[in-house]
Design a protein. Structure first.
Length: 248
């Protein structure tokens, strides 16, 4: 896959999140299912992207952290806040990363394997922020915020398919994605223009930078690693969505 060809996966996942955000009372559970699927794809592709030496264990840790985080975010008991639950899941992912290294028979490249697995566990773990944001937004009737951010995210990632030089393509994607997010927030949800512009820029720049970082390894254009390149921006922007629901 070339760099533009891997982007539609991220745009498709963002569109899925946007659609799920409009499903009313069912949206938290559907969002959790969507994030679990995202984490499964990330777990499959992450060790190939970083060329880690023990891929099977890394896949289990990365995918398991994301799936468990999504479940905890939507099913956490009242005495445990979803944020605290997800933090605990991320901590468990770090612990599982160490256990994975201790159980390896082949002792080569332990540092690379450990740090790569921990990084993947954190990326999949924070993707549960989408679930937390959707649950909070559904209770406050502000699910439209999630829809706007996901739509802008999709536009940002989709425009990275344009056959332009890298810097030009990134600038165009950030501008267009920011415009989509800001327009939806202002026109449909009456968010103040300055706040809408700030959320839009953070969403687009964060997605663009995450895409560049994930796409930097030499193997990123190969089919399996390219799946992680598409997933990473969507997973990380969930933090922006959560903050937007809390602060707006």
């Amino acid at each position: 896959m070339t760099a533009p060809e891997r982007t539609p996966l991220g745009a498709t996942l963002a569109l899925l999140i946007a659609v799920v955000s409009m499903t009313g009372s069912l949206s938290p559970m559907l969002m959790a299912a969507s994030i679990a699927l995202l984490s499964l794809v990330l777990g499959l592709a992450w060790p190939a992207l970083l060329e880690l030496p023990s891929p099977a264990g890394t896949r289990v840790v990365v995918a398991g952290t994301g799936i468990l985080g999504a479940l905890v975010a939507v099913l956490a008991p009242e005495r445990l806040s979803p944020v605290s639950g997800v933090v605990m899941v991320c901590a468990a992912g770090v612990f599982a990363s160490f256990v994975h290294q201790m159980l390896r028979r082949e002792r080569r490249h332990l540092t690379e394997s450990l740090t790569g697995t921990v990084a993947g566990a954190f990326v999949s773990g924070i993707s549960a922020s989408w679930v937390i944001a959707q649950s909070a937004a559904t209770g406050d009737d502000s699910a439209g915020l999630i829809t706007a951010i996901a739509a802008g995210l999709g536009a940002t990632l989709l425009l990275n398919t344009s056959p332009l030089p890298g810097p030009v393509r990134l600038a165009l994607a950030i501008l267009a994605g920011s415009a989509v997010t800001a327009w939806l927030l202002i026109s449909l949800f009456a968010v103040a223009p300055l706040i809408a512009a700030g959320v839009a820029l953070v969403t687009a720049i964060g997605a663009g930078c995450a895409h560049l970082l994930a796409g930097s390894p030499l193997v990123a254009k190969e089919p399996v690693p390219s799946l992680a390149v598409g997933v990473v921006p969507v997973a990380t922007v969930g933090v922006v969505a959560h903050l937007a629901v809390l602060l707006i």
